[in-house]
Design a protein around this ligand. Structure first.
Ligand code: NAP
Length: 265
């Protein structure tokens, strides 16, 4: 038996937003990320993203995993309140009892309003949709993807840092608000900006300039999507009395958002 016991996830239903790419799905490096790891643990999955074709690829990859549970892909923009409110109309009845909500946002550097709308308001809208149900069922786990940018502000990313500080404050307050319930709240804080997690994220950050994005990883072994996916699945599979409140994840040669050792530099 594996030391990393995921048997508690068997038959559980996991809802993942941002499931068509990066940490939520399959990284560009080809690593199996969050959706596939939950599938390997035998969980049912509701996968949300805006791009139908990319989402369908992940749904197909999940279906190909031996022992995976049921899976539904739903095209949805978390920044659109009406779409969030009508989510259950698009989810099969037998998948509506969600056990874990994993909210993986996105960034649009050129537009500070949409960055807040997706990273903060989208995450809050998804949490509000699920938390009522979690309270009624006296069970549930909210896993938010924050960032080191939510712990330490740095130059050149003021809006992104502001959104991730908001995610940290929201997650911390929520955990305190549900302290008298069995509901768990976890915030995973991946590395940024020196090392970064190698996903489509850095390409988005540099507005499609792949060579600028690749420079971010030069001389430093970055985290990959699977590293963060493992933390998400690890947090979700702990015994019900254990809550991993915050998980701060850095590459070994990085000590903070601005302190990193790059070989050859
Ligand atoms: N990669 C890093 O270095 C790093 C470091 C620290 C924190 N993070 C955080 O980790 C999270 C995921 O990052 P990532 O690297 O996996 O990013 P990514 O590769 O850009 O993937 C983002 C995912 O979110 C989906 N998405 C974006 N906007 C959406 C919306 N409005 N509604 C629904 N889905 C939406 C995208 O799919 P569609 O386009 O199909 O909607 C995609 O599946 C983000 O919160 C990011 O801030 C990443």
């Amino acid at each position: 038996m594996s030391v990393f016991n995921t048997s508690r996830l068997l038959g559980k239903t996991i809802l993942i937003t941002g499931a068509s790419g990066g940490i939520g799905a399959v990284s560009r490096a080809g690593y199996a990320a969050t959706a596939l790891l939950f599938a390997k643990a035998g969980s049912n999955l509701i996968l949300l993203a805006r791009r139908a074709e990319a989402l369908q690829k992940v749904v197909n990859a999940v279906k190909a995993v031996q022992g995976s549970g049921r899976v539904a892909g739903v095209q949805l923009d978390v920044s659109d309140k009406a779409q969030v409110a009508s989510l259950w109309d698009k989810v099969p009845q037998d998948l509506r009892n969600v056990d874990v909500l994993g909210t993986v946002g996105d960034i649009k550097p050129e537009d500070y309003e949409s960055m807040f709308t997706t990273n903060v308001f989208g995450l809050i809208a998804m949490t509000q949709l699920l938390i009522k149900d979690f309270k009624e069922r006296k069970s549930g786990h909210v896993i938010n993807i924050g960032s080191v940018a939510g712990r330490e502000p740095y130059v050149g990313a003021s809006i992104y840092c502001a959104t991730k500080h908001a995610v940290r404050a929201f997650s911390g307050s929520l955990m305190r608000e549900v302290v008298d319930t069995p509901i768990r709240v976890t915030e995973i804080q991946p590395d940024l900006p020196e090392g970064m997690v190698e996903t489509g994220f850095s390409v988005v950050r540099f507005r499609g300039d792949k060579s600028a994005a690749d420079k971010v990883y030069e001389g430093l072994q970055p985290l990959v999507a699977e590293d963060i996916a493992e933390e998400i699945v690890w947090a979700a599979s702990r015994p019900p009395h254990v809550n991993l409140a915050e998980v701060y994840v850095l590459p070994v040669n990085q000590a903070s958002p601005t302190i990193a050792y790059r070989s050859g530099k």
